[in-house]
Design a protein around this ligand. Structure first.
Ligand code: ADP
Ligand code: MG
Length: 594
């Protein structure tokens, strides 16, 4: 239970109590509506905040929920008068309000899961467009589905049962669940995907499944908001759930901070206040001798200005990515995540040494052949250096051998499994971890979260190292709470290795890990790489420009030149190989050691 949430809950309860005791009916209505908006905006934030994908479609689900609740809860007599064509099981049945809400959340949540499954196949902007389509389709269905909705006409006579206190309870439950989810293993994985999809996939996070879960939960709470909306207003029509509402909810979320639960609440408060004040002014008013005329659309203009100012001054919203707990004057310990333990642990290196076997791999980029029938195998317990001039295909090889990059011909086998193309998650789950030449961290997550996101996504043996163990191993102890993007360059490189180690890999593919490091850092890194081979039995593919380091550490060295493998031998042989020297330094130099 987090302090910030408890504070927030107490504030909301205090507002609700004050309104109940002292407020007028109008005041009570405003306060109840405020809490319902909190439910809706926090629910929207579960999806938008954790995935970074904007959704225009949430009000569609809210509408379905509102109509479903209305039909479930309305007295049977009124139903037969207003909706005479309802199927029998709906027209004769009248649920107690709480049961109606529970059924609604469940049913609409399921619809959300189904649609989430489809939407999660799309990336960023396409997913957003799809949600927009959803909003329009749902609106047409509501207007057309007269049996259930009375079409464009208002549905009325729904019992008005929401009080400030009950609405506040709905809001508090939503806030607690949203905050719990954000820091759960699924929420953490979703935020990792938001920061960097490729790195998340390489860390074993299954992006589609994760986004479906997030969407489903977000929709379930949107349904709660929709149900409360119906039981609050007692009368509504499809136009209530259209662009105006989408716009307001998104404005609230963006102004407060999409990735912050507390921010969502503040966003609702700010926009509600602006709306209330401007609504008073809309019909015109007099300022002493000056008469201000009626200004139609003043509230919309006000919201737009607030939105533009926020995007201009604080693009991440008033709260940014922070929660109330981040403002406490003392540090909170990083959350400890548990790895799921595999029942049948992968056999250790001493039992059956594994290998990655890349066979006749060819990769073309348009006219450029980046890799030309390259065959290399990497054994557990060895360091294989991979060298070659710039543009010789080293990074391309590493990306093909870790599932990030598709290739044109050839096969990749990890132990006895032939790997499907372009599926980095499967590689991670088969024990292949990698780092990237251009560092790809989950930049706005903490150091501990970077490592944890990978750790929770790939099951490992029961005795595998904890996040703290891994951070100590790479020399980042004491840094757990730092935001990854604030680390120095060398620290960021080490954090990438820590994240790779978090999946308990058998193989580690390192793309220029020493780039940009000073000599002390490079020596530490070399010691770490050797200990990973000697103590943990990892098979390590090491790409680097630091030739002396490669020749010193490697058991074998592979040399690429213009996409072709020109040598694969012991460091001693590579040092004396004239073809390698020519590739590096041009003709005239007969060995690397000269
Ligand atoms: P290295 O890591 O050895 O410097 P790369 O694997 O990055 O080499 O690149 C190999 C060749 O493939 C280069 O000629 C490069 O220009 C080309 N290449 C790499 N990535 C792409 C891409 N995404 N699109 C087009 N060409 C690419
Ligand atoms: Mg490269």
């Amino acid at each position: 239970m987090r302090l910030g949430n408890i504070t927030l809950a107490l504030i909301l309860l205090a507002i609700a109590t004050t309104a109940t005791v002292f407020g007028s009916t109008a005041m009570n209505n405003t306060v109840s509506y405020f809490f319902i908006l909190v439910v809706l905006v926090v629910a929207l934030g579960i999806y938008v905040g954790n995935t970074g994908i904007v959704s225009f479609g949430h009000p569609a689900f809210m509408a379905i929920a509102a109509y479903l609740t209305a039909i479930l809860v309305m007295p049977a007599a009124r139903k037969s008068a207003l909706l005479p064509n309802l199927p029998d099981f709906l027209s004769t049945f009248s649920a107690p309000p709480l049961l109606g809400i529970v059924i609604t959340v469940f049913v609409v949540g399921l619809i959300g899961a189904g649609i989430g499954l489809a939407i999660s196949r799309l990336n960023g902007a396409s997913a957003t467009i799809a949600t927009l389509g959803l909003l329009i389709v749902a609106h047409s269905l509501l207007v057309g589905g007269t049996t259930f909705t009375r079409g464009a006409q208002a549905l009325y006579g729904i019992p008005k049962l929401v009080s400030p206190i009950s609405a506040a309870i709905g809001a508090i439950i939503t806030i607690f669940v949203a905050d719990w989810f954000k820091h759960s293993r699924w929420g953490l994985a979703a935020r990792a995907v938001r920061e960097d999809e490729a790195a998340a996939a390489a860390s074993g996070i299954s992006i589609k499944r994760n986004r479906t879960i997030v969407f489903c939960l977000s929709i379930a709470f949107t349904a709660l908001g929709g149900a409360m909306f119906a039981l609050h207003l007692g009368v509504f029509s499809p136009k209530e759930f259209y662009f105006t509402l989408t716009f307001s909810l998104l404005a609230m979320l963006i102004v407060g901070g999409a990735s912050s639960t507390a921010g969502a609440v503040v966003g609702v408060a700010v926009i509600t206040m602006i709306t209330e004040v401007l609504r008073q002014a809309e019909p015109g008013f007099s300022l002493g001798p000056i008469q201000i005329p009626a200004l139609f659309g003043l509230t919309t203009i006000g919201i737009s200005v607030a939105l533009i100012l926020t995007l201009y001054r604080r693009p991440e919203g008033i709260f940014g990515l922070k929660e109330l707990d981040d403002f406490l004057p003392f540090d909170i310990k990083p959350r400890v995540y548990k790895r799921s333990v595999i029942n049948t642990p992968r056999p250790t290196a001493s039992q059956t040494p594994k290998s990655i076997r890349v066979q006749s791999l060819t990769k073309r980029y348009g006219g450029v052949t980046a890799l030309d029938a390259v065959s290399i195998d990497l054994q557990q317990g060895e360091i294989l250096g991979l060298i070659g001039p710039n543009g010789s295909g080293k990074s391309t090889f590493l990306s093909c051998a870790s599932g990030i990059q598709r290739f044109d011909e050839g096969e990749v086998w990890v132990h006895d499994t032939q790997m499907a193309q372009g599926n980095p998650v499967a590689y991670a789950h088969n024990g292949v971890a990698r780092t990237f030449q251009n560092i790809r961290l989950f930049a706005r997550l903490s150091v501990a979260e970077n490592v944890s996101a990978a750790m929770v996504s790939v099951p490992g043996p029961a005795n595998s190292p904890t996040v703290a163990d891994i951070l100590t191993r790479v020399g980042l102890d004491g840094m757990a709470l730092r935001t990854a993007s604030t680390l120095s360059y060398g620290q960021q490189r080490r954090l990438e290795i820590a994240r790779a180690l978090a999946i308990c890999p058998d193989f580690l593919l390192l793309d220029e890990p020493a780039a940009g490091m000073n000599s002390t850092e490079t020596d530490d890194l070399a010691a770490l790489i050797m200990s990973l081979r000697d103590e943990n039995g990892l098979g390590i593919l090491l790409v680097d420009h630091d030739l002396p380091m490669i020749l010193r550490l490697s058991n074998r060295v592979a040399v690429l030149n213009e996409g072709k493998l020109i040598a694969l031998a012991s460091p001693e042989h590579i040092r004396e190989n004239p073809e390698v020297a020519a590739a590096y330094f041009g003709e005239g130099q007969s060995t690397l050691s000269e």
